[in-house]
Design a protein around this ligand. Structure first.
Ligand code: ADP
Length: 268
């Protein structure tokens, strides 16, 4: 104990420096641990569709004489390959977003246009379940960011709302501006999410019901991607939900102030 007191008196700066180094090291170890964890999870997740594809192609070979069986297996093979493709795409997207070298191709983005497209890209799934997706009125709201990333985020939220909801229900997408923030919310009449699960659904590969998520083509990465896209845009995503009462995911983004980006004029 005495030694520490002397050390603090004699070299307070050196001690602070040592503490800083220790902090850095903790940070590096933490980042490394997260990365290793991610790689382990990814390998595990990839094994399922890859294994299924391998088994199904063998089954097709064995059942060559049985036309009906071949058709059945081929259909499943196709489904598994789509799942693998979605998984690979999400993994690439997420690792890009988690990297420190994410350079946002920032430009003014029209929120109404992006939302309309996100809804449109999900219309087949919605129609298949007779789910009506309505987009509220959006007055000219502009944010600053990467239109492709923002599209991916909104598409994921609308896609989840449709996938987890029962048939013949409604999904609403609403937009409102509060001072310098735009709030975009996606509300569904699905099963809802318990409080405990709400705290974990933004984690990579976390699913409340893994079988259901897989069955509906989920990768377990959608919300994690949404979270990272928002963090990269200086925004956030939150959830309100109660089991049996549906869910509302809300995204908040800074409104783009055109004046702030305008070059100062030379005019007197
Ligand atoms: P997934 O690909 O499994 O949908 P996500 O990261 O998009 O992965 O979501 C994580 C989990 O959160 C899902 O597996 C699901 O259990 C839950 N979830 C997400 N959106 C909704 C929703 N709108 N209603 C109910 N549960 C949801």
């Amino acid at each position: 104990q005495g030694a520490i007191v002397v050390h603090v008196r004699v070299a307070p700066l050196a001690e602070r420096y040592v503490l800083l180094l220790a902090d850095d090291r903790t940070e590096i170890t933490r980042t490394e641990a997260i990365r290793n964890d991610f790689v382990a999870n990814v390998s595990h997740e990839l094994k399922t569709p890859v294994g299924a594809i391998s088994l199904l192609s063998e089954a097709i070979e064995d059942a060559a004489e049985d036309e009906a069986a071949v058709r059945r297996f081929t259909k499943r093979l196709h489904k598994e390959s789509l799942r693998l493709a979605a998984l690979v795409q999400d993994i690439i997207e997420l690792s890009r977003l988690q990297g420190t070298d994410v350079v946002l191709q920032g430009r003014p983005v029209d929120v109404g246009r992006i939302l309309a497209e996100a809804v449109d890209r999900n219309h087949l799934t919605a129609e298949g379940k007779n789910i009506k997706v309505s987009l509220g009125q959006v007055d000219d709201v502009v944010v600053h960011g990467d239109p492709d990333l923002l599209m991916t985020a909104f598409r994921n939220l609308v896609d989840n709302a449709i996938r987890y909801s029962p048939e013949n229900t409604k999904v609403g997408v609403g937009v409102r501006v509060r001072s310098n923030l735009v709030e975009i919310s996606v509300t569904d009449q699905g099963p809802g999410i318990s409080q405990d699960d709400q705290e974990r659904i933004f984690e990579r590969f976390y699913r409340v019901d893994a079988a259901r998520s897989r069955q509906t083509g989920g990768t377990g990465l959608g919300l994690s991607i949404v979270k990272h896209v928002m963090a990269n845009h200086g925004g956030e995503v939150t959830v309100w939900s109660q089991p049996g009462q549906g869910s509302t995911f809300t995204v908040r983004l800074p409104v783009y102030e055109e004046d702030a980006a305008t070059e100062p004029s030379d005019a007197p």
